[in-house]
Design a protein around this ligand. Structure first.
Ligand code: AMP
Ligand code: ZN
Length: 666
């Protein structure tokens, strides 16, 4: 690129970046992904380095963030807030360390603190004599917005410190991913706009002129910087983090003191995937020189500290092309669309498929094959499609009218979004799905039987339903290509070994609509054998705590169906019999009592569930007026609050044991 071309491109980049700064910082409504923004920013920085004459003082590469939105008072920061230089590769990380290390040629590996880069909104809090005086946004780093009223609504932020210090504390206000998703659901229901990501939701919630709205939003705060004029207060960043904790702040538990850049890189490697287990968004790691004296010596560029750098993770969101929509038919006939994508790197893996949920979702997204779509990976394993490019129109993909597997017209239940194939007994996809699920770990747990083997067995006519599995001989397996004698033996043996499952596993394995593992478990604990379940009425099921109308109707219909009866008879003939109630009763003291367990107990929940059953009681997963007791361990969840509000008796483990031992009466 020559000088003139560079000039044109630089002007263009500056314009795009400024526009996006406005969308991001002022409107809390970004138009491009963070990753794309960083790419543009890097391109501009590189061009300016190549042609220094083209770097003007108004370039975004010399500034932090953006201006103030109307509505809040300006706040001039006592200490300037900087941005962070960042890279997305280890090479740049090593270069940064080399530059720093050059200043300290006689020292060994330097002490570094590696911490998560929380993707929220940075805030500066001024404390006088330990009292919170002002809370402000970063703004352009020199002046920000005075948002003290709103900051006071965040419970994580102490209004009084445990020591009467004069300090400034900086950190990140963020919204947990789960709360962000809930907020978006609520907004959709009310016809309001959804937030693009947790960061925007946090920013939009915090910068509300009406602080009461802020109060309703689930905002949290991680403190990561302490600034004091008293140079003796702390000597290192790591000590500062400890002090912040003592003073009453939350600091991120995943902050590590390491020596040298290699150890820092290891942490980056680990957290690149570990971060998906967290309920808050992180977009990278920040690496900081630990000694504050060194931080001072190293100083700042016009926009960022030289003593710190950020390592950005590969994007959690990325654009790619929708090249097809695969229709998959599930074990209960529900047809789901799955996006087929032009392969793309996302959060460290190559992604070729993404979830589209259902056909209403396709309508909502207004997408079709050919569209560029933004896909995102959160805690879940399969990424999902978020939206299409605004100005691109390929029409909307039409939901199918017939089953892609058996060609029978699809149906939709009133009030439900799912399209399903009603051809339960003639649809190969459904039949195969049921057999596969029957053998899965969750159900009968038959080793070695997966999708591809089921395909083969079904396609060559050896089995028509899951009961037929028990009629297979070693020879049958050997007839299939690729299956050697040894594994044929193994397959035969594992099928035979699965003949007496627990009632829960057996019920789960039948693929009854609305009867998943949990519901199957509840039902199993109510009846002592399978025939009782088969003969029970809808009313019998509805009476059970935790069983709804839909599940009750579905299970009764299932056992009335002639084809199902035939399969159950076949299973009986092959001696497949669920064990009766798997726990033996010791006493009746809990007869008619329902327990709900919450929190962490000294042993796994299943141990307590079994005990409750042994003493004649029942367990349920949700608290209602019918609940007799809540057994609460440490860190109990919302069930605890619900029980309190309903006046249900709450027991700790000790009280529970005393109750069993007859030491206390209710
Ligand atoms: P950037 O937004 O790319 O300019 O990166 C700088 C911003 O990262 C800071 O202003 C903070 O808001 C944010 N940040 C998040 N976590 C940290 C952390 N642990 N240490 C320093 N800055 C952080
Ligand atoms: Zn079908």
């Amino acid at each position: 690129m020559d000088f003139n071309e560079a000039k044109l491109r630089i002007d263009e980049l500056k314009k795009i970046i400024e526009e996006n700064n406005k969308a991001y910082y002022i409107l809390d409504d970004p138009k491009i992904s963070d990753y794309e923004y960083d790419e543009l920013f890097r391109e501009l920085k590189n061009l300016e380095n190549q042609y220094p004459l083209l770097r003007t003082s108004d370039s975004p590469t010399l500034k932090v963030g953006d201006k103030i939105s109307q509505g809040f008072k300006e706040h001039r920061h006592k200490y300037r807030l900087y941005s962070l230089d960042n890279s997305n590769n280890f090479e740049d990380l090593y270069k940064w360390y080399e530059r720093v290390k050059k200043e300290y040629p006689n020292e060994e590996d330097l002490e570094l603190v590696v911490e998560l880069k929380i993707d929220g909104l940075s805030c500066a809090l001024s404390y006088e004599n330990g009292n919170l005086k002002i809370g402000a946004t970063r703004g352009n780093g020199i002046t920000g917005e005075n948002i003290t009223e709103n900051i006071l609504k965040i419970k994580d932020i102490p209004q009084k410190l445990s020591k009467p210090l004069n300090i400034e504390v900086r950190g990140e206000v963020y919204m947990p991913v789960s709360s962000f998703e809930r907020l978006n659901e609520e907004n959709t229901e009310r016809g309001l706009k959804e937030f693009a990501n947790p960061r925007n939701a946090a920013a939009g919630s915090l910068r509300q002129l009406d602080a009461n709205i802020t109060k309703q939003r689930d905002l949290h705060f991680f403190a990561y910087t302490l600034i004091s004029d008293d140079k003796e207060l702390v000597k290192t960043h790591y000590e500062a983090l400890k002090l912040l904790k003592e003073l009453g702040f939350n600091t991120n538990p995943n902050s590590f003191l390491v020596k040298g850049i290699n150890q820092a890189k290891e942490k980056c490697d680990i957290w690149e995937t570990e971060r998906f287990k967290l309920d808050y968004a992180t977009d990278g790691m920040v690496i900081k020189i630990n000694e504050l004296a060194k931080q001072n010596e190293l100083g700042y560029t016009s926009r960022a500290p030289k003593w710190a750098t950020a390592f950005k993770f590969p994007p959690e969101e990325v654009w790619t092309k929708l090249i097809g929509i695969e229709l998959s038919v599930g074990k209960t006939g529900i047809v789901t669309p799955v996006a087929e994508l032009e392969p793309v790197q996302l959060a460290g893996t190559t992604v070729k498929r993404a979830s589209l949920h259902n056909f209403d979702e396709i309508e909502r997204l207004k997408i079709n094959i050919g569209n560029e779509v933004l896909i995102k990976k959160a805690a879940e394993i399969i990424p999902k499609v978020i939206r299409k490019r605004e100005n691109e129109d390929f029409g909307v993909y039409k939901a199918p009218e017939i089953c892609p597997s058996c060609k029978v017209p699809l149906k939709k239940e009133a009030g439900e979004v799912a399209l399903y194939c009603p051809n339960v007994w003639g649809c190969p996809a459904q039949l195969k799905g049921k057999i596969e699920y029957f053998a899965s770990k969750e159900a009968m747990d038959i080793d070695g039987i997966g999708a591809s083997l089921v395909d083969k067995l079904f396609d060559c006519g050896l089995i028509k339903d899951f009961a037929d599995l028990y009629n297979l001989s070693v020879n049958d397996f050997m007839k299939l290509d690729l299956i050697k004698e040894k594994s044929a033996d193994n397959l035969y043996n594992s099928i035979q070994a699965s003949k007496s499952p627990t009632m829960t596993k057996f019920l789960t394995a039948l693929s009854i609509k609305h009867i998943g593992k949990e519901t199957a478990d509840i039902i199993s604990s109510e009846f002592s054998n399978i025939d009782e379940i088969i003969n029970a009425s809808e009313e019998d099921f509805i009476k059970i705590d935790g069983i709804g109308d839909k599940a009750a109707k579905s299970i009764v219909n299932f056992f009335r169906d002639e084809n199902n009866k035939e399969i159950l008879n076949k299973l009986k003939r092959y001696n497949v019999n669920p064990k009766g109630s798997s726990v033996e009763k010791i006493s009746d003291i809990f007869n008619g009592k329902t327990f709900v367990i919450t929190g962490t107990l000294s042993e796994p929940r299943s141990v307590f569930e079994a005990k409750i059953k042994q003493y004649g009681g029942k367990t349920s997963s949700s608290v209602s007026k019918k609940t007799s007791y809540v057994l609460a361990g440490e860190n109990p969840g919302s069930k605890f609050d619900k029980a309190s509000s309903l006046g249900v008796i709450i027991l700790n483990e000790e009280e529970f044991n005393s109750l069993i031992e007859g030491k206390i009466n209710e």
